[in-house]
Ligand binder design. Structure first.
Ligand code: SF4
Ligand code: SF4
Length: 384
């Protein structure tokens, strides 16, 4: 099988974040509004329609965790601690440049952390219903979308018009399509793209503030990869194909995703928030925009929802479409919702889909690298 090469202009995730600091600073100096977000449930179109730039506040790295642990318990998800630590120490330029935060009540850890975050900067928390199928859940969530819109309007003293919302929905749907097409290169067998590149580019793209440029970049790279598949890869043998599931992996790209590929398998897809989870599901452009946004964002199949049938459907589809040989689930330490769903996922993947499953619990430190390598190595060997 030909070696998978990174593109010459490849930029690592930490490098992309560094570049984005300066880009965001320049935008602020031009007077641009900036709203920080954390989660896939945040309707970015509301921010776009307010002529504001949205920026991800989900942090990586260990360096700000000790500062967070002065307030938050040690036994908490590293994503929450790193994000709060970056904010409270002013080490996170994305939080520093944000005027306000559009947050959501997903897991208990995040929603309680937001109470502290609000003391640093205005944080609007959209209150998610606990399950999307509960009676009244849809109408309740629609009201939360209205409340978020009104809060952004009051904060900036502006009006978000229906026309602006419709424009934003169209643009984000085009972006979704470009991202999805890029992901779906991983369906080709053998895959001409590494999972390391996929995870890096998609998460780095959260810091590409010009959406049109982002779409153009992704369309170009997708076309290059498809061409490369036909000229170099088609008909060649494939390494074992892995699907990643579980918590977001942007904080463990080197520690888990890169290591899987160095140990002899290909990461071909992601069933998590670093994957096509919400990209497959565009906002309905024909409906009233608020209703359409509410419907779309409540369909995100995260483990914070109970029950969460969408995750089984997504896993099943991706295992088939990406011709997956094994699933590796990444659970961030102390993420209760994904940890609890893990056994059900294992049963589903091994019994219903008939392929091996490995769950790894980890954090942002490097102390468990040896142990992770041993488990990944044994799993990949099992896949042959
Ligand atoms: S995993 Fe759940 S809580 Fe975390 S970003 Fe995704 S949707 Fe939000
Ligand atoms: S990974 Fe889990 S615990 Fe951490 S923020 Fe996401 S849902 Fe919450």
């Amino acid at each position: 099988m030909p070696e998978i090469k990174l593109p010459e202009d490849f930029v690592t995730y930490p490098e992309a974040r560094k570049k984005a600091f300066m880009a965001l600073k320049a935008l602020k100096e031009q007077g641009r509004r900036v709203v920080g977000i954390f989660c896939t449930y945040a309707p970015q179109e509301l921010i776009d329609a307010a002529d504001a730039t949205s920026v991800s506040l989900c942090a990586i790295g260990e360096e700000n965790i000790p500062a967070a642990e002065k307030v938050l318990p040690k036994n908490l998800c590293p994503l929450i601690k790193a994000s709060y630590g970056g904010a409270v120490t002013d080490h996170c330029p994305f939080f520093y440049f944000s005027d306000m935060v559009l947050a959501e009540s997903t897991c208990d850890g995040k929603k309680k952390m937001y109470e502290y975050l609000d003391k640093l900067k205005h944080t609007h928390v959209m209150q998610l219903p606990p399950g999307r199928d509960g009676r009244g859940a849809q109408e309740y969530w629609r009201q939360e979308v209205v409340a978020a819109k009104e809060d952004i309007e009051n904060f900036y003293g502006i009006t978000i018009t229906e026309e602006k919302l419709r424009e934003a929905i169209k643009l984000r749907n085009r972006e979704r399509k470009a991202i999805l097409d890029y992901y779906e290169v991983g369906r080709l067998k053998p895959s001409p793209i590494s999972g390391y590149e996929l995870n890096t580019v998609i998460t780095s793209n959260e810091y590409a503030f010009d959406i049109e440029k982002k779409i153009a970049f992704l369309e170009k790279r997708t076309a290059e990869l498809v061409e490369k598949y036909h000229s170099e890869y088609e008909g060649k043998p494939s390494r074992p194909r892995i699907l990643i599931s579980g918590c977001p992996t942007h904080g463990v790209i080197d520690k888990v995703i890169k290591r899987i590929e160095e140990l002899g398998a290909d990461v071909v897809g992601f069933e998590n928030c670093c994957g096509p989870r919400e990209k497959k599901d565009p906002v309905d452009e024909t409906k009233d925009p608020i209703t359409a946004l509410a419907e779309k964002y409540l369909r995100v199949n995260c483990s914070v929802m109970s029950p969460n049938p969408g995750r089984y459907e997504a896993l099943s589809e991706q295992i088939d479409d990406y011709q997956v040989d094994g699933v590796i689930e990444v659970v961030l330490m102390a993420c209760h919702t994904y940890a609890i769903e893990s056994e059900a996922m294992k049963q589903f993947v091994t019994k219903e889909k008939g392929i091996p499953f490995l769950s790894i619990t980890t954090d942002y430190s490097t102390t468990d690298q040896g142990q992770i390598d041993t488990r990944l190595g044994a799993f990949i060997e099992l896949l042959g």
